[in-house]
Write a protein that binds this ligand. Structure first.
Ligand SMILES: C[S@@+](CC[C@H](N)C(=O)[O-])C[C@H]1O[C@@H](n2cnc3c(N)ncnc32)[C@H](O)[C@@H]1O
Length: 468
């Protein structure tokens, strides 16, 4: 492998080969935060689909703006040493994996670099150290949840699979996904065959007619339990008894089958109506010595084994005391609060999704935790509603979605003045934005610890502790 410094230096001058057809030859210098490759041409930055740092590529400009251009790689004329063959046959067109063709340690190198750049450029926090990214022990078959879409092609043809890279409205037929188990890919085939045999119409996102919309699979990695969640337009699922009989016969690890119905135009796999066709309507997963119930619509970390590493990293930083009152904001199914409950005096969890709060309450009971309670609603509203005597939290954990904290939620969290604030983030850009405000309010943060939850993809997770 080339030395890190050398691989970031352009070795050939970049040049425009034919500006009429807008074909260029550039050397890739870096990987951007959203997974695109970065080069420079005539003083302007070029973001490319394809290509790895250190490679010289021929590319076609697809968009030209005053400050940057976008391009698609046509040919790699000089490959870098870190390029490896992708394992997956779908890699060149799948929207899931971005860097399966890049050695894993180089993926981690660029993820760390991107965290540092966000801290510097967005947060103005150059003094904060970024640790090496903690690698995922499993770099394939690590996901416990996958969502597949049905795609209407014409009256007699449909596809069931994942989004094509860069296309929100095109789906390819999935043969096998290496980020999930072989069994999960086999279930995709089984459901596709079933829909064909039963001639069930597939939902068309353009006309909003048709029935089959999504297939969501959850597979608990510690317990082996599988949930099949079939999301359709409103109505009964034709042949549902045959589907349940076939699935449970062929895949004995299926613990539950759920039929979710979503009649809304928004193309998401969340359902308005839920019918449990088989089993209890949830599966159970194990984290450390606690058991967690996961329902169809509730959030659970998607890489089970690495979520233990993520949480442990955060808990070591937080190091709570037995007298602490802990507030777990954006608590999902309650995992962080439940895992910490035995180490503190009291925990309060706040979560927007009703289904997740229901699961969090079940999970607390399941693990016989009594010093925890949950509030369902927006974090910013919860914080606004707190009376003065309820505002005494020693430690606050925040684990928001990619958008980070709403400005009011952030302001109200800081106003609680906890001694320690643990921030778990799945987006270094919004983390850096929020970190800037937290530091400006008088907190210090010395280091940030990225943990790789999503090998081969552009996604980055990190943990940081802010102390008064
Ligand atoms: C990244 S997940 C974290 C879940 C949990 N901490 C865990 O580790 O499993 C973010 C959670 O925030 C919830 N959420 C999103 N917006 C919210 C809001 N405004 N108020 C409360 N919860 C929200 C989502 O439903 C999701 O469960």
């Amino acid at each position: 492998m080339r030395s890190l410094d050398r691989s970031l230096q352009p070795r050939h001058p970049t040049k425009a080969l034919n500006m009429g057809r807008r074909i260029i030859q550039v050397e890739i210098e870096d990987l951007a935060f959203d997974g695109k490759a970065v080069a420079h041409l005539e003083g302007k930055v070029v973001f490319l689909d394809g290509g790895l740092p250190g490679e010289t590529v021929t590319a076609e400009i697809t968009r030209s703006k005053p400050r940057y251009s976008q391009a698609t790689v046509l040919d790699i004329t000089d490959k870098c040493d870190a390029r490896i063959p992708a394992v997956c046959t779908h890699f060149d067109h799948c929207g899931g994996c971005t860097w399966q063709d890049l050695e894993y340690d180089r993926q981690l190198f660029f993820k760390k670099k991107q965290v540092q750049e966000c801290l510097n450029h967005i947060g103005g926090l150059e003094q904060v150290e970024v640790d090496e990214v903690v690698p995922s022990e499993n770099i394939f078959d690590y996901r416990n949840k996958m969502e597949f879409s049905f795609h209407f092609a014409d009256e007699s043809t449909f596809r069931l699979g994942l989004h094509r890279r860069g296309c929100y409205d095109d789906i390819f037929d999935l043969e096998k996904c290496h980020l999930q188990s072989d069994t999960a890919s086999e279930i995709v085939h089984h459901v596709r065959d079933f829909v064909r045999q039963e001639s069930i119409p597939v939902y068309d996102v353009k006309t909003h007619l048709g029935f089959m919309r999504f297939l969501m699979l959850r597979e608990a990695k510690k317990t082996g339990q599988i949930m099949v969640n079939i999301v359709t337009n409103i109505g009964n699922l034709p042949g549902q008894d045959r589907l349940v009989e076939g699935l449970t016969r062929e895949f004995p690890n299926i613990a539950t089958i759920v039929h979710g119905q979503n009649g809304k135009k928004s193309n998401i796999a969340v359902s308005e109506i839920e019918n449990v066709l088989y089993g209890p309507g949830f599966i159970e997963e194990q984290l450390f010595d606690c058991r967690f119930r996961i329902r169809a619509n509730s959030f659970f970390q998607t890489n089970t084994l690495q979520s233990e590493v993520l949480y442990q990293t955060g808990f070591d930083l937080l190091d709570p005391r037995p007298t602490d009152r802990l507030l777990d904001l954006y608590c999902g199914t309650g995992s962080i609060g439940i895992l910490l409950a035995s180490r503190v005096a009291e925990v309060k969890g706040v979560e927007l999704v009703e289904d997740a709060v229901r699961a969090a309450v079940d999970n607390a009971d399941l693990n016989q935790i009594e010093n925890i309670s949950f509030y369902q609603g927006h974090v910013k509203e919860f914080l606004k509603s707190l009376g003065s005597e309820e505002r005494q939290f020693d430690v606050v954990v925040i684990d928001p979605p990619r958008a980070g904290l709403h400005p009011k939620a952030l302001k109200r969290t800081i106003a609680l003045q906890p001694n320690k604030l643990l921030y778990i983030s799945c987006n270094p850009a919004t983390f850096a934005r929020d970190a800037k405000e937290i530091v400006a309010a008088g907190y210090s943060v010395s280091r940030v610890k990225p943990v790789d939850m999503f090998p081969h993809t552009k996604h980055i997770e990190l943990v940081a502790l802010f102390a008064k």
